[in-house]
Ligand binder design. Structure first.
Ligand SMILES: NC(=O)c1ccc[n+]([C@@H]2O[C@H](COP(=O)([O-])OP(=O)(O)OC[C@H]3O[C@@H](n4cnc5c(N)ncnc54)[C@H](OP(=O)(O)O)[C@@H]3O)[C@@H](O)[C@H]2O)c1
Length: 316
């Protein structure tokens, strides 16, 4: 028999990972999930965090909030820092005061991507831009404030909703005959539902007594380039829709505009396997599944699943 449910408070509940995690955790036996979107809980505001945590008294906090536009961060460094660095600091302090473990998502962009063989958790971070620096500062604050933390670094997130590489490629493939895609930057795409699965697996093991706090890498299995990922998206979507695109043109990353990005930020995922037994799932499997969800039964409808956040559940 089960006891009281494990209560998990999620910040950034309307982002890619936030949505996927709230959906998954809501269906999990013996878990109660309360999701707060940006409007309902601003992690840059310590007073709001203190109030929400005192009201909810969750067993765990999962921080899915973030300022994630790598290009916009260059021009808005104060905002990126206030969310990714100060926001993480605020959450970690408040969690430490109430003895609540904090699970936090970080990024492959804390590395410079000059190392071809893949990064372990022991490798030295060297971010290239404001976004990566803000995420690295967030990690450091968390380690300092709340030893009972899990920092999960993930890479190349995609999902069926919002602005991400998958939805952008689909949009462009409907409008243009030629798509340009970078062919000299390597990484591992990771679906938001796969990250949600990993977070749940970690939570279940923490609940079972695993005191395995620390930093872990996770990504979908199979290294590719943006070009390779684009090809896979187009091939999957073409099963359902006649797209305008006829050619994918490989380009070098120096022809791309915007912030500098790591060339090869492959995350080695051995530590999470050895500690939690969590294996990398092939991103192609999730891509096929998401494409099926996007097109629905009649092959035309774009699905926009919603999550119920805390304030909505309470009728406000
Ligand atoms: N996207 C990637 O490729 C990628 C790769 C590696 C790691 N990550 C990390 O994974 C985590 C989740 O990423 P994601 O792609 O799921 O993010 P996302 O889709 O951009 O969602 C982030 C959410 O955070 C909210 N938010 C922004 N500022 C906030 C604040 N001050 N207080 C509370 N909420 C705030 C946003 O709300 P509004 O939109 O209303 O502002 C949004 O709903 C982030 O930590 C990100 O850095 C992402």
């Amino acid at each position: 028999m089960y006891g009281d449910p494990v209560k998990v408070l999620v910040t950034g509940a309307e982002g890619q990972i936030g949505r996927a995690f709230v959906r998954l955790a809501s269906d999990a036996e013996n878990f109660e999930v309360v999701g707060y979107n940006h409007r309902q809980l601003d992690i840059a505001d310590p007073a709001q965090i203190e109030r929400r945590l005192a009201e909810e008294l969750p067993h765990y906090v999962v921080n899915c909030a973030g300022f994630n536009s790598v290009d916009a961060a260059e021009a808005n460094s104060a905002l990126a820092m206030s969310v990714n660095a100060d926001g993480a600091d605020n959450l970690a302090k408040a969690c430490a005061e109430l003895s609540i473990p904090l699970l936090h998502i970080s990024s492959d962009y804390i590395f410079d991507g000059h190392y071809d063989s893949g990064y372990t958790e022991k490798d030295e971070p060297a971010p290239l831009g404001v976004f990566g620096r803000s995420k690295l500062m967030g990690e450091r604050h968390i380690r300092q404030q709340q030893p009972r933390h899990i920092i999960l670094r993930v890479s190349w997130l995609f999902s069926e909703t919002g602005r991400n590489y998958l939805t952008r490629v689909l949009e462009q493939a409907r409008e243009h005959k030629v798509l340009r895609a970078v062919d000299d930057r390597r990484g591992c795409p990771t679906s938001s539902m796969d990250v949600a699965r990993v977070l749940m697996a970690i939570l279940q093991q923490l609940e079972a007594g695993a005191e395995a706090w620390g930093t872990y890498h996770y990504s979908g299995a199979e290294i590719t380039t943006r070009y390779g990922f684009t090809e896979a998206i187009i091939a999957a979507a073409s099963q359902y829709e006649e797209l305008a695109v006829r050619k994918i043109q490989p380009i070098p990353s120096n022809e791309e505009t915007g912030a500098e990005r790591p060339t090869s930020a492959v995350l080695k995922c051995t530590h999470i396997l050895n500690t939690f037994g969590i294996r990398q799932r092939p991103w192609r499997v999730d891509l096929q599944r998401l494409i099926r969800e996007i097109y629905g039964q009649d092959g035309s409808k774009v699905v926009q699943p919603t999550v119920e956040t805390r304030a909505e559940a309470m009728g406000s």
